[in-house]
Design a protein around this ligand. Structure first.
Ligand SMILES: Cc1cc2nc3c(=O)[nH]c(=O)nc-3n(C[C@H](O)[C@H](O)[C@H](O)COP(=O)(O)OP(=O)(O)OC[C@H]3O[C@@H](n4cnc5c(N)ncnc54)[C@H](O)[C@@H]3O)c2cc1C
Length: 412
């Protein structure tokens, strides 16, 4: 007996693999959070359900299933702040809408400052956030300690704590729950999710998208979204000759053995290139700056394990002696200004791009999916996405998000 496509049989989230059709109204390359969110909103807000998500491995294989699940809205620039504010507000809404527990844990984020210069940069960032109605405040070392009693605020560490930026509305969300919830929501609305299917080419005629080639057959379509994460730039260039200013670097992360609750906020330090939070299972999940050389590997390195152990125990010394249990890596698609590329219909009609997310693609997936779906449905770029045009690079209009990260290091 053949089971029906996309039915919710035997408790499976999105049923069995649907047959690959020869034509769809839109094809989305990449079954990560950005691809799945766009598919979901195309169906939900625009009645477009003849849509295929094509994923070469399995949904969540890319950064979407490998990130450290931190969400926040206290970005730095006027272009990014409204986007991330709306993104943060969407988690509880989507939890209800999808009828799926995304495990949003609103624990708040504390960024540590280890120099006067870092505090100055944070003051600017706090003020910018407040202009957009985003809760963010400067705190002194004692207030940092009140928030996280395990912090060492003495002058013992190499970089003593000068203060911090506290952002109560942020927190963590369970990343794989978001992947599954969106896949379930999209499939229920008739979207076809094809795992184990690779896009191998994109057909263009008279500067318009006409088809997508996959290793399972050809699909006729007039709209394609490149949401291939770390592979998006290679794909764009190899299939269409369009260069994207993206470097691909590995980010590594790891978790410790489960511990009793000790870290009730996300804590991060630009100086130590280190951030940490405690998962609902009790593990300390910790991540760092990306590897300093471009590559396409998901492997981890001994150098990084050493760095991370040294860094996190500098400001949380109670973690000394705790065992790391798992370590992994994922790809980050980095643009020169640490802001994404969200673009479409130029120079090829029907070709849309949503990539270049670097560190920030988890927290932004719902809001970008919502507006990218609108862009693909009516062909006009929504105002909130306009600043992220690919053309900003040739117009020398780079955004200032990079400063929000590097300013915090006393070594810079
Ligand atoms: C260790 C780590 C920690 C991170 N922490 C955070 C964090 O705390 N907060 C945050 O906001 N962000 C974080 N990020 C970044 C975030 O995970 C990514 O920006 C985000 O997942 C990107 O999602 P995506 O949907 O664009 O791409 P991806 O999730 O990478 O999905 C792209 C998909 O495209 C598929 N694909 C590629 N080529 C093809 C092809 N030819 N045919 C078919 N399919 C193809 C891939 O298999 C992949 O599944 C982190 C990333 C890493 C690696």
């Amino acid at each position: 007996m053949r089971l029906k496509s996309n039915s919710n049989i035997n408790g499976r989230l999105w049923g069995w693999d649907p047959p690959l059709k020869s034509s769809y109204d839109a094809v989305i390359i990449g079954g990560g959070l950005h691809g799945l969110a766009t598919a979901y909103f195309l169906a939900r807000h625009h009645g477009m359900s003849r849509v295929a998500v094509i994923e070469k491995r399995y949904i969540g294989f890319g950064g979407s299933g490998r990130n450290t699940a931190i969400v926040r809205a206290n970005q730095r620039t006027q272009e990014n702040l409204p986007l991330y504010k709306e993104a943060l507000e969407m988690w509880p809404v989507l939890t209800r809408e999808l009828d799926f527990n995304l495990m949003f844990y609103n624990c708040g984020n504390l960024n540590l400052a280890h120099s006067e210069a870092a505090l100055k940069a944070m003051r600017l960032q706090v003020a910018s956030a407040q202009i957009y109605g985003i809760q963010s405040q400067l705190v002194d070392p004692e207030q940092c300690k009140t928030l996280i009693p395990a912090l060492d605020i003495s002058d013992r560490p190499r970089y003593p704590i000068y203060g911090g930026m506290y952002h109560p509305p942020g927190g963590i969300v369970r990343h794989d729950a978001v992947v599954w919830g969106l896949a379930k929501g999209a499939a229920r609305k008739g979207i076809h999710i094809h795992q184990g299917t690779e896009v191998t080419g994109i057909g263009v005629k008279n500067q318009k998208i006409v088809s997508v080639e996959t290793d399972k057959g050809k699909i006729n379509t007039s709209r394609v979204l490149n949401a291939a994460g770390g592979y998006s730039a290679a794909l764009s260039y190899q299939m269409l000759g369009i260069r994207l200013p993206i470097s691909v670097l590995t980010i590594q992360a790891m978790v410790t053995q489960p511990l009793k609750p000790l870290l009730n906020h996300v804590v991060s330090s630009g100086a130590y290139h280190c951030y940490a939070n405690q998962t609902l299972k009790g593990e300390i999940a910790t991540g760092a700056h990306m590897d300093p050389w471009p590559n396409y590997t998901n492997q981890s390195t001994a150098r990084y394990i050493k760095h991370q152990a040294e860094a996190v125990t500098e400001f949380l010394p109670c973690l000394k002696g705790v065992k790391f249990m798992r370590i992994w890596g994922g790809l980050a698609d980095m643009t020169p200004d640490m802001a994404p590329i969200i673009y479409g219909n130029d120079p090829i009609k029907g070709y849309y791009i949503d990539c270049g997310w670097g560190y920030f693609g988890f927290k932004s997936c719902l809001v970008t999916g919502k507006y990218m779906a609108k862009f693909m449905a009516d062909g006009t770029c929504p105002n909130i996405l306009k600043p992220f045009t690919l053309r900003r690079f040739e117009q020398h209009r780079l955004m200032g998000e990079t400063a929000a990260v590097v300013n915090y290091s006393p070594d810079n």
